[in-house]
Design a binder for this molecule. Sequence first.
Ligand code: GLU
Length: 423
Amino acid sequence: MSHPPAPEELSVYQNAEARFEVAARKLGLEEGLYRYLKHPSKEITLYIPVGMDNGQLEVFTGYRVLHSTVRGPGKGGIRFAPDVSLDEVRALATWMTWKCAVVNIPFGGAKGGIICDPRKMSKNELERLTRRYTAELADWLGPEKDVPAPDVGTNEQTMAWIMDTYSMHIHQATTAVVTGKPIELGGSRGRKEATGRGVLMCCNKALTKLGMRIAGCRVVVQGFGNVGSMAAKLMHEAGYKIVGLSDIAGGLYNEKGFDVPQVIDWVYIQKKPLQDFPGGGTKMSARDVLFQPCDIVIPAAIENQITEKNAHQVQARILCEGANGPTTSKADAIIDGKGIFIVPDILGNAGGVTVSYFEWVQDRQGFFWRESEVNERLQDVMDGSFDAVVRYAEMHKVNNRIAAYMLAIDRVAIALRLRGIYA
Ligand code: GLU
């Protein structure tokens, strides 16, 4: 997550801007549209009072940033974490605009965050915080306005509270105001696995592109939240060898490979620290797991993990980003110089928002799809988007990251020119 950057380091948003700038220039984007798309369209800061279980009144700071509604309603998760900042939420909102455009779903980009530590709060406190945040934002949210989803520190239950609070405010049960809900409440089958499944699909495509095989392919996954644990599980099932894992407390490397379902049971059912997994191999920091020998490295935790200081240590052939912004812009050239094939975040982790789109469609139709149908449609979107990005990269002689940005900016710019500027 974001931390106050050292003077020589770029903030999370500055990293997002740096790639936007390179891609927009390459694309020859008009100066006016460049200025338009560089800035978010709305930033809301909220001071949220919450009565805590101990009787004290606390005030939490929260944000919702709407970067763009050019191609459709704002879309993007809500993050609960101690080091959330406006800079970070702004970057994440911007990335949502490009992500939705890369996979060509009819949404703009938005993101929310609250500075809090959900691990230190009770369920009741989290419920009151979520409901008050939603109530304060009620005028700005809506299926046609801005549609939140889970992100770091939030889950299906958080989304259920948002759906209920919003519905009470407008006196209508409105499932499509939020995605990533429990299935019993208008959620989509396959949504929980979707980001991890999208990562798997991108890795499969990258292997084919590079003439590599799944059998014996060694994978390191940083992060064991929803994205990391699902990516590891699905890749393990698909025949990849998961040799490195980490959670917030630290990492493990074992060249023999992990039985991922057993690790999931250890961490999620038995609630034990990942690093204590029996026979887990070599212990190391959560960061160092990224630099272990492997064929594919999947950062699936937080921002700014691969930087210009450590990028030379990456040993993988493929870098597939499950997190948002795990690689800093200054590390890009080092990764390119090593000939590493990148699947950038706005493609690599787009499976989540793609199935969020399917959820929104199902809610609005009141008609729900089988899981196989969801996964098939997801495969179409991910395969098509992967091919489009790689084609763009080859055509314009840029890396896959800049290609993904160019493709996305071009799509948003086309819509913007058609709409024109309302004055
Ligand atoms: N938080 C996820 C992301 O960063 C999902 C967003 C969504 O489904 O709207 O892509």
